[in-house]
Design a protein around this ligand. Sequence first.
Ligand code: ZN
Length: 982
Amino acid sequence: METVAAADLETKLQQLLEAVDRERAPLELTAYVVRGEPITFGDAARGDYRAFHVGDKWGPPWSTTWFRVRGDVPRDWAGKNVVAYFDLGFKGHPGFTCEALAWRDGRPWRGVDPRHRWLPIASPEIDFYLEASAIPTAVVSGPAEAPSMIALRESGDPTFEFRAAELRIQDAAARKLALDYRVLYELAMALTDEERRAQVLDALNRFARSNDPASLAKVLAQPSTSSHVITAVGHAHIDTAWLWPLRETRRKCARTFSTALALMDEFPDYRFACSQPAQYAWMKESYPDIFEGIRRKVAAGQWEPVGSMWVEADCNLPSGEALVRQFLHGKRFFMQEFGVDTRELWLPDVFGYPASLPQLIAESGGEYFLTQKLSWNDTNKPAHHTFMWEGIDGTSIFTHFPPADTYNGDFSAGEIVHSAADFKDQDRSSRSLYLYGWGDGGGGPEPDMIESAHRLQNLDAAPHVELGRAAEFFARAKKEARNLTTWVGELYFELHRGTYTSQARTKKLNRRAEQALREAEVWSVALGDGYPADVLDSAWKRLLINQFHDILPGSSIDWVYEDAERELEAVVEIAGSVITSAQSALAGEGEKLTVFNVNSHPRREVIEVGERPIWVDAPACGWASIDESAAAQVEPVSISGRAMENGLLRVTWDAGGLLTSIWDKEAKREVLTSGTRGNLLQLHEDNPKNWDAWDVDADYRAHSADITALKSATVEMDRPLRAVVRFAREFGSSKLDQRMVLDAGSRVLRFETEVDWQEEHKFLKVAFPVAVHSPRATYEIQFGHVERSTHSNTSWDQARFEVCAHRWADLGEAGYGVALLNDCKYGYDILGSVMRLSLLRAPTHPDPAADRGKHRFTYALMPHPGDFREAGVIAAAEDLNTPLRMVRGQLTTGERRSLIEVDSPQVVVEAIKRAEDSAEVIVRLYEAWGGRCRARVRTSLPASRAYLCDLMERNRDEIPIHAGELEVELAPFKILTLKLTP
Ligand SMILES: [Zn+2]
């Protein structure tokens, strides 16, 4: 038989696709331009509409143009399948160009985007609106300069050329034929099985020559013999903010969600999974019709809420309690609005997963975890797609990475065939998940994708494909899987290592907001009456949304950080005023000094009142009145020449202000590596090949300059309780001012730093070479810590050349260690015996001026005898982050109260809050050392009964409580949530 060349087969496909739409009839347009923030439909309908023609330009960047679309279906088209077709001037990738929401009869109708260009027309008279967003293109990597979106939204000419607005007849038979042909064509191109491939090509050839659909039908009817089943779930990954601000995402959701709802009416078997309750909450608030539509489709089983977290949050940077609240608010929303208790954590796109997550999933009632992001790893590709993931506490979670390695599948036959073929756990499981649809405003699945699904459901040489729900996939896959392997520890993402550092102001405000909310809750509980539940609920949600995986990591446009900094400052301020009013009420009116300590260990330390350092003794998780004149029972600190010392440490520095020695008087040993200098600032060239704000490339170390020049060194304070030396430096176009602070009785040497940062593509680190040798270092993560290598023996160690930690990292050998603490930083590297903290970056994409300007942060070195646990490193890091608060009040001297006291230093109180649904009090504890223990918990809060509950605050077991005392048992890193009934 004569065969047709592959290129001709493709030409045939184009001809078939072009034959679907027939005839053209113009539509009439008028336009109303709105600069600045979007307006409601009601306001838009009253706008001043001007004549507009196809071919005209529209859309200054970030503006909205409302198009009124009118016309009549030609009479002789009656009975035909008519659509309105638009090309708004789309350019580039779907989701990253202009988009519109069609409004009909005053209600949102369907989205219009590059992959959803047509709207079905049912009546002969046409009159509807398009709310079109002029979204400019951001630049995420060089060499093209990235625009400032803040500047662009003020300026600019229309950027899109409206290319088409017309009626067309869509030929259903021609469409069916084109889609039949396309699936077989794609299949033939993807197959490696020669026999089947020849058979499919033969059918395509016959059709190309004869145009007889029967030749296609015959091959399409041959059933699959594969044992693999793919559950295909419609999906639209919408980044809550990224290359567009939050306000645009609200509209992206409205567009994509209306499209998804419309497709559910057309295809009853279509299923769509959608995460991020925060986005649903926007619909409830701004698009009640869409929200009602979602509610109906959830009830019908077509729309599937997935995910569990309030947003798809970054998981490296948020605190443990913030992650808990992501689950708490996320799952509560789905339960309250839809009665759906999600069982999976759904984070396809997040940049790494800490080893505390399995416990958080299980403790919030979940069973499953999904991502695919680790397929992007630059060094080691994950060895499995389906496995058990075990966290630091031993909890194991059924985990699946969809083998298509994408969350934006196109439903091509090739992707389906490869997805099954590439599945790495064939001998353990016969199921995988496939997520298809355009994200980020690209409108989710196309009708043609669902049509492809129908043809691929049971087709020879392809796996079985079912349009289904993620929940069904997880339940079946977990039940059927056998002999799964277990991955123990963090799922470190081998890419985007700059996201621990980029956009430092937002990260700092995030840390401050987390702490402020924690304190606001604790002191409000202490006060009892008038718990500001609504204020705290809304403040938490403002924080949680800003932990989204492109906001907090630092990978968004400048406009997003303008919003994030404003929002997080507001959270800090709101929480701050709750704290102030609660503490004033607790302390009463008077002039006596009262100290408040939110941490769960007692503290004895120096604080400044006015400018006078005094010694205070604060109870755990409570407050006490202070005798300001009481003498400190502690050896004083003093400065002489270039040395500063207290009873524990003697610190000396050179003419350049660099530390030449830290002598531990108690341990009688030198802390710094001999011949090196400590507190050395190092400036690296930082030019990642891709993903500027996201990545630090491994070769960044090759170009480094030590900052050794000193402008001035000044003794700022030399008192018995506190000594301060100020070092001022200039480098490049930047200025750095540091106060080195040592307090009496303290092992914590603080560096309070102010930087005017004016560099570009530079990475600033601080280094402490220490006389400690160990193959492993320890890093704090949420609700515990992990160990990582200090060498690069294996490719896995090599890939961890920059890692994430929370408030401390520790390098310890038998009998001695050094901790490096911080109050708002997250990036570390400890290679050999050199401990380094990442301070600032200066990427130019997508925010051209990221991080330029003023920064304030504090880090500290804490040398200590013994193990970091017994040495109190965890407590010291907590204290650095939550300074004691002083209030004037009327408590009598010696008066003190603890809300909660725990008799084991292994146990940390993470949160004390009012229960979400009652006046009961929630106390969250965790075992922080990684060892089993029993602890007695004593509370001064009214508590007649006590329950152990899950993170959702659902009771599990009652535990006996007598006279405010109860006993708990904790396994390593175990989180316990107690509920106290007054
Ligand atoms: Zn994303």
